[in-house]
Design a binder for this molecule. Structure first.
Ligand code: CDP
Length: 807
């Protein structure tokens, strides 16, 4: 006889490994053993390989393309140019931003490395060698890479195809190189606030062009079956269903015949949201040849042609009272979108959610105006580990708040705290139109100050500055502070769609007779650990151990339609769909349990993994028992089985926030810095898996560090892209990466079924201004106002030189 006491509710709950548990990542079993299945691992019988011949010019008319030498290379099957694509109406393709984009250069090239010809060959090396043999005769045209010169009178016209169009997808255009002007907020009231302001600041805060660095580049394998008409596309897609719909629309193929599969993805960071010429060319090549075609981008192609990020130039003005209260915010952004407007934003938002620029502060009035312009640079404009354009504006507001604090002679923390939105003001309606769901900024900031002993750091800094002035040290100390508010969870159908499809997300749960199950979502993990965390939500909701739930994403034939994973939308949207689908399963389970226990449903209560009769806990049925019964002992009239699907349209976005503090030492004579401490406090509401959250913060801070301290895609005046390889583009290794201290507060979202907000993007949003503020803070004592990013050693040295700090 077993005398062991029955496990308590707490013990049973722990066994489930549900929400709040630091469950180990189940996907890592295959990843750490080299057993992931990435696109380049897919090898289909008879598969051919494609590679591009790309433009050496940034702006030129194409006089002639000669493919004869390439075609003559043994092993080359086809060489496609725009003329071939015109035959199938695919020389141009629509972009997510309502523009059109050349698939292969049609008459002219608009940026360096633009795709001109696609060579299809027996192997990758033959394709690459033959691509080099394509001969293009150019007639060079004047180049513009500086967005400030894009709309000059007489500036060379980039987009001759739309030069006479007075309107674009987002309203009137007032120059052939203009894309849109987008305004939000009350201009009159804001201007009036500036007229009355006691103190004002106005600064151009530029966020340089950067590019996400996923380990795996963009790639696909396309296989067309000429007999059945099925088109199967394996690809590095963050949003597989959207890709399926886009292919159906632009290729006029029936959507049910298109099968999009995203296998394992080695990092996305926004880079894998859009549709690229490589996908279209591989599809056309497979349809033409009748065999599978693979296209794998190399690193230089990735860094120089697929979607860039940022390139935002933000003139930011703050109005304030002398005693440090903000009274107005006025911002103009010049957005460089490159050759085509291929931004990956929800359709109605030409500058993403840039109107979150009021940040964590209670601005009574604000006005934002954004102008998008065409230049001779690669197209794109993706949310590089941020919600659409949020990291750009978080940088602007956090730098601007520091600059105003300096002008007022206030500590940057005190100035922020004085202007924070207060806990009791939530839900808070911002001057630029968002309704912040929940927040407790004062508590978070106080925790950060206590954890870092902030006031003491300031004393130490002052002492160091004195020592520097006396010539006793050549080192300066900077303390960076950033307090960000994110907007994630795109999004409510009232706000967001992509090509007209509302940005809901979905989950289907099937519980098998043995009490194990499978859950499928419209999201797609690229390293975020969804297989681990989604099962945890289900475990808590329906009492089946997370280990007994298999999570599957990324196959459009099996997953319910979803809008994918980017902009930290997975937890706010799909996470909610998962909880709602689980609740439908649970509701049916309750009816079955009531039937089994011969009581009314209302007489049952839920206890971790079972329904028990109220007041009689010994009378119960576990979820596992109910699952078995669902397939053989159901109440009369009920359908057998235990499964549910939920399509969740969130009522609002979620607004995670965080307090970041960085302590940095800078050698004035070399410009070399050392991050002494970096403290990151994140509030993402209910925490599903604290270990995964910590990992997300480590990764995001590392990317933020890279961006703030070195990353930049640079162009010379002729439009030559410089620094598009890891020889020049800063990717920190373990040696450079600072140590991250993480912390948290929990302020649940009131409208999310489990109270969770997104977190994946937050550390990039918060850390970039924090590093930038640390560098700037080090030089404030010498009268410096703003040192632009990126803060590599040379630029820091130059700033010190300009301030006369060198002997
Ligand atoms: O959309 P994406 O997956 O990039 O971002 P996310 O929704 O912020 O989620 C990133 C990872 O953090 C996922 O594995 C989430 O389940 C996890 N997470 C969590 O454990 N708790 C939260 N409150 C938010 C995210």
């Amino acid at each position: 006889m077993n005398d062991a006491p029955a496990p308590t509710s707490l013990e049973r709950a722990e066994k489930l490994q549900g929400m709040g548990c630091k469950r180990k990542r189940v996907e890592d079993v295959r990843f750490t053993q080299g057993r992931g299945n990435y696109v380049d691992d897919i090898k289909l019988p008879g598969m051919l390989h494609g590679d591009f011949h790309r433009s050496s010019h940034a702006h030129a008319r194409i006089v002639k393309i000669d493919t004869s030498k390439a075609k003559a290379v043994p092993g080359v099957v086809a060489v496609l140019t725009a003329e071939d694509l015109k035959g199938v109406n695919l020389a141009w393709m629509p972009t997510l931003a309502g523009d059109v984009q050349m698939v292969l250069a049609d008459g002219k090239v608009l940026f360096q490395n633009q795709e001109i010809a696609f060579v299809v060959a027996a192997d990758r090396y033959i394709a690459a060698d033959a691509a080099d043999l394509v001969e293009v005769q150019y007639e060079a045209l004047p180049v513009v890479v500086n967005p400030f010169k894009a709309m000059d009178e007489g500036a060379p016209i980039r987009r001759e195809d739309i030069k006479d169009k007075k309107d674009g997808a987002h309203g009137p255009r007032n120059h052939p190189n203009h894309i849109f002007n987008w305004q939000v907020g009350d201009k009159e009231l804001t201007d009036a606030a500036f007229v009355k302001a006691e103190v004002k600041t106005k600064d151009l805060l530029s966020y340089q062009r950067v590019h996400p660095c996923p380990l795996e580049t963009c790639q696909c394998v396309v296989s067309f079956n000429k007999i059945t008409g099925d088109l199967t596309i394996y690809g590095t897609f963050q949003a597989p269903h959207v890709i399926r719909t886009v292919v159906a629309l632009i290729a006029s193929l029936p959507e049910q015949k298109i099968h999009v599969i995203s296998p394992d993805i080695g990092g996305g960071f926004g880079n894998k949201v859009g549709a690229y010429p490589g996908y279209i060319c591989a599809a056309v090549a497979s349809i033409v040849t009748g065999v599978p075609v693979k296209w794998v981008e190399d690193r230089i192609e990735n860094l120089s042609t697929t979607s860039f990020a940022r390139d935002y130039h933000m003139t930011t003005e703050i109005a304030a009272t002398r005693d440090g209260r903000v009274t107005g915010l006025r911002v103009h952004i010049l957005a460089d979108h490159g050759a085509f407007d291929a931004c990956a934003d929800p359709s109605k938002w030409p500058a993403g959610f840039a109107n979150i620029i009021t940040g964590s502060y209670d601005f009574p009035v604000a006005h934002l105006s954004v102008d998008g312009v065409y230049t001779n640079k690669a197209p794109g404009g993706v949310a590089y580990r941020c919600s659409f354009r949020v990291t750009e504006v978080a940088y602007a507001i956090e730098r601007a708040m520091d600059i105003m604090a300096q002008k007022l002679g206030l500590d940057p923390v005190d100035f922020r705290v004085k202007n924070f939105i207060k806990r009791e003001q939530f839900p808070y309606n911002s001057a630029l139109g968002w309704e912040y769901d929940s927040g407790d900024y004062h508590t978070a900031m106080q925790k950060a100050l206590d954890a870092t002993d902030y006031r003491k750091l300031r004393e130490e800094q002052k002492a160091k500055q004195e020592a520097f002035k006396r010539g006793e040290t050549r080192e300066l100390m900077g303390i960076g502070v950033a307090f960000f508010t994110e907007i994630v969870g795109a999004g409510p159908s009232k706000n967001c769609d992509i090509l007209g499809i509302a940005m809901f997300d979905s989950c289907e749960i099937r519980i098998h007779p043995t009490g194990k199950g499978i859950a499928r979502m419209g999201t797609k993990s690229q390293g975020q650990g969804h297989e681990t965390t989604w099962a945890q939500i289900i475990a808590t909701e329906i009492g089946i151990p997370a280990d007994d739930i298999m999570v599957e994403e990324g196959n459009t034939d099996t997953a319910p339609y979803g809008l994918g994973t980017y902009g930290s939308r997975s937890t706010p949207v799909a996470g909610a769909a998962i909880a709602m689908a689980a609740r439908k399963v649970k509701a049916k389970a309750q009816m079955i349990a009531a039937y089994m226990l011969e009581v009314h449903e209302g007489d049952l209560e839920w206890d971790v993994d079972r329904f028990s009769v109220k007041g009689n806990p010994g009378a119960f049925r576990t979820m596992s028992q109910i699952a078995w019964a669902a397939y053989n002992k159901i109440p009369p009239g009920m359908e057998p089985g235990l499964e549910a699907v939920s399509y969740y349209d969130p009522p609002n976005m979620t607004y995670p926030f965080g307090a970041y503090i960085c302590v940095m030492d800078i050698d004035v004579d070399t410009g070399v810095h050392k991050v002494r401490r970096f403290y990151a406090l994140d509030d993402c509401g209910t925490r599903i898996n604290p270990m995964i959250i910590e990992g997300q913060v480590h990764g995001g801070c590392t990317e933020g560090y890279a961006i703030a301290m070195g990353q930049e895609i640079v162009y010379d005046e002729d439009g030559n892209v410089k620094g598009a390889s890891f020889m020049d583009y800063f990717l920190p290794t373990a040696v450079e990466t600072p140590h991250w201290e993480t912390d948290y507060t929990v302020t649940p979202s009131p409208h999310h079924p489990i109270g969770a907000k997104g977190v994946g993007e937050s550390p990039n949003v918060g850390s970039v201004p924090c590093f930038a503020n640390a560098v700037n803070d080090a030089f404030k004592f010498a009268g410096s106002k703003h040192i632009p990013m990126p803060h590599d050693a040379y630029r820091i040295w130059q700033a010190a030189e300009d301030l006369g700090l060198h002997a």
